[in-house]
Write a new protein. Structure first.
Length: 128
């Protein structure tokens, strides 16, 4: 999925479902000014890739996401970690911390998530 296609998906996740015109309007509200035909083409490509379901029984066609936002973003993150950090998620987190790009609140939230994960699955073995 290209960055432009991901923007279209985000607009559709926000809408739940929509026609080309509705998706285009949602994109415009997000600061993405695209021609009607461009949005139509992108929706068609996403449908061909299986990312969208299309109701062609009515006019205009209505598009809706085939997958939940969380599952798509989780898979994209896995691909990113695999491609950029050789599958080492800890390298990504360490890089974010080292670059000081996280606020104190974000760091505290990460600490809470780690503590929750350790509590939820104490039998997980250390990968190292």
């Amino acid at each position: 999925m290209t960055p432009a296609e991901l923007r279209v998906m985000k607009a559709l996740w926000e809408l739940g479902r929509g026609s080309v015109a509705e998706v285009r309007a949602a994109l415009q509200q997000r600061g993405n000014e695209l021609a009607y035909t461009t949005v139509m083409t992108m929706l068609g490509r996403l449908a061909a890739k299986g990312a969208l379901l299309v109701d062609k029984t009515r006019e205009p066609f209505v598009y809706r996401p085939a997958h939940r936002r969380e599952s798509v973003l989780r898979e994209r993150l896995r691909e990113f970690v695999r491609d950029v950090f050789d599958g080492q998620a800890d390298s990504l987190v360490l890089r974010l911390v080292e670059d000081e790009s996280l606020t104190r609140e974000e760091l505290r939230e990460i600490e809470r998530k780690i503590a929750d994960a350790e509590t939820a699955s104490p039998k997980k073995k250390d990968k190292r």
